[in-house]
Design a protein around this ligand. Structure first.
Ligand SMILES: O=C(O)CCC(=O)C(=O)O
Ligand SMILES: [Fe+2]
Length: 188
């Protein structure tokens, strides 16, 4: 498995993977998500907890078609870091026009956790916005990922990042399906 492109921010890796699954499977997952139980209780940071956004927690992510390719992409990451990763949390974020998604990190600098984000949409127009941005320590955006349907971006969770809400002309929910992965010692 090879990324379409990769880079680093503050020396920490990011990789973008495309076409890991047929678009039809992404469309099916989109359809399931539109009928799922989202609750407005996900907070990006402790100091923004009064501005929650909608998310749906998923208890059995193994059954989803996006699970295995996520593990395989994490294995690609592990080739460089020498680490093995396992999923410890899965959920889907929702954002619509006018929502705010705050900049945040997903782990502490020395935790070396990974976040995998899948863009789940049947189609996406560049004018709809909704990119995920990655910032350096100066809060300058250094890496941008367009929310192309079926795309996976995998990154060191200590990189400051934010999803951007879709624009006013976007009639589609912006779903990003998140896998949080932690390093672990596989038993031999
Ligand atoms: O929706 C996005 O682009 C970002 C989501 C995110 O950073 C997260 O769920 O931790
Ligand atoms: Fe995040």
């Amino acid at each position: 498995m090879q990324p379409s492109r990769s880079g680093t921010v503050e020396g920490r890796p990011i990789a973008v993977f495309d076409d890991l699954l047929p678009l039809e499977q992404i469309r099916q997952l989109f359809s399931v998500l539109t009928r799922s139980g989202f609750t407005k209780d996900e907070a990006a940071r402790s100091d923004t907890s009064q501005f929650t956004h909608w998310a749906a927690n998923v208890d059995q992510p193994e059954v989803l078609p996006i699970f295995k390719p996520t593990i395989e992409a994490a294995r690609w990451f592990g080739q460089t870091s020498g680490r093995a990763y396992r999923v410890y949390r899965s959920y889907c974020n929702y954002a619509g026009f006018g929502d705010v998604l705050f900049t945040h990190t997903d782990c502490l600098p020395d935790q070396h956790e990974l976040t995998g984000l899948w863009f789940i949409a049947p189609e996406w127009d560049v004018e709809w916005g909704g990119e995920t941005l990655f910032f350096n320590e100066d809060k300058d955006a250094e890496f941008v990922v367009s929310p192309r349907p079926g795309r996976l971006v995998l990154f060191d969770g200590a990189i400051l990042h934010a999803g951007r809400p879709p624009s006013r002309i976007c009639h589609m929910p912006r779903y990003t399906f998140a896998f949080k992965l932690e390093p672990y010692q596989p038993s031999r």
